[in-house]
Design a protein around this ligand. Structure first.
Ligand code: AMP
Ligand code: TRP
Length: 329
């Protein structure tokens, strides 16, 4: 039997090249080596307010995008988190074995709670729900970007604590990071990670940006006061552009370094922009075709839910029995 892979992405904003290089590209790449489940995590999205009609539309759009980047529904289950009630059910049981102190230490919680007037309890519980997503399917591998490593350590801590309190129940999930592109920074501010919630026009390249917009954003990216690429002294902006190029082109460190050393920033940016456009254009064409087929995405999501439900029921049954909760059998 193949080991199981699970990962998730929130249906907020539009997916950008950071999501693609940090996670989605890997999802497509490794899907055939594993029993793969990819989850659109709408219950995570509502930890901050989302306009209902927008959220509803974004779920199917994101599913279409995941298919366009190459998630193969004949191979991988594509599911919406809120369609499988066991995610929330297991999250409660895991909440009860999770010390609040563990959650208050999470850097994403600290950052997100600073920007809110009132801090919803969901923001604190967020990583417990994420642990539930993973443990529900007994996933062995979780492909994510670098910003999720702390949440994954927490998921392992929760699994371990549950196993030691109630007996071996959960598989320990391993973090799977890409070698290049695990942390793509904002084009306008290379000290900040590229994020869907940043609204600045020059911040992120969305996977749906037209080629002209992609070129414009990359040509305007923040660099540093050097005139040309110098690996010894380059700042975070140039390093980020080189990482984007490398991740899209698949070039080695040595080839990239040899090719770009001494190149003026204008030329560097042109080449980065062309590498991004070349990779994204075919994805956009597939996306348009997928979204033009009425009912296709909904059918894929229904099939995904049907496929994963028995696994989810099985785990929740085990957890209930382990904890002494009421089950009919
Ligand atoms: P999110 O958009 O927060 O749901 O993230 C979905 C996936 O994209 C997760 O695996 C993240 O780790 C990854 N990700 C998000 N932003 C970036 C980034 N700037 N660089 C690399 N990976 C990212
Ligand atoms: N928290 C993740 C993010 O924002 C999304 C996520 C939710 C996830 N559940 C998951 C990722 C389970 C991996 C596994 O990027």
């Amino acid at each position: 039997m193949k080991a199981r892979v699970l990962s998730g992405i929130q249906p907020t904003g539009s997916p950008h090249i950071g999501n693609y290089l940090g996670a989605l590209k890997n999802w497509a790449k490794i899907q055939y080596d594993y029993d793969s489940i990819y989850c659109i995590v709408d219950l995570h999205a509502i930890t901050v307010y989302q306009k209902p009609e927008e959220l509803r539309a974004k779920i199917e759009e994101l599913a279409g995008m995941l298919l366009a980047i190459g998630i193969d529904p004949r191979n991988s289950a594509l599911v919406v988190q809120s369609a499988i009630p066991q995610h929330a059910e297991l999250a409660w049981m895991l909440t009860c074995v999770t010390p609040v102190g563990w959650l208050e230490r999470m850097t994403q919680y600290k950052a997100k709670s600073q920007s809110q007037e009132t801090i919803g309890d969901g923001l604190l519980q967020y990583p417990v729900l994420m642990a539930a997503d993973i443990l529900l399917y007994q996933a062995a591998i979780v492909p994510v970007g670098d910003d999720q490593t702390q949440h994954l350590e927490l998921a392992r801590d929760i699994a371990q604590r549950f196993n030691s309190l109630y007996g071996e129940t959960f598989t320990m999930p391993a973090t799977h990071l890409p070698t290049v592109g695990a942390r793509i920074m904002g084009l306008d501010d290379p000290e900040k990670k590229m994020s869907k919630s940043e609204t600045g026009a020059g911040h992120a390249v969305s996977l749906l940006d037209p080629p002209a917009a992609i070129r414009k954003k990359i040509m305007r990216a923040t660099t540093d006061s050097n005139p040309a690429v110098d690996y010894e002294t380059m700042g975070a902006g140039v390093r980020n552009l080189l990482a984007i190029f490398q991740a899209f082109s698949g070039w080695s460190d040595e080839n990239t370094r040899a090719h770009f050393t001494g190149m003026r920033y204008g030329d560097l940016k042109k080449q980065v922009a062309e590498a991004v456009v070349a990779a994204i254009e075919p994805i956009q064409e597939r996306y348009q075709k997928i979204m033009a087929e009425p009912g296709f995405v909904a059918q894929v999501l229904a099939n995904g839910a049907e496929r994963v439900t028995p696994i989810a029921q099985d785990t929740v049954g085990k957890v209930k029995r382990a904890m002494g909760l009421y089950t009919a059998s």
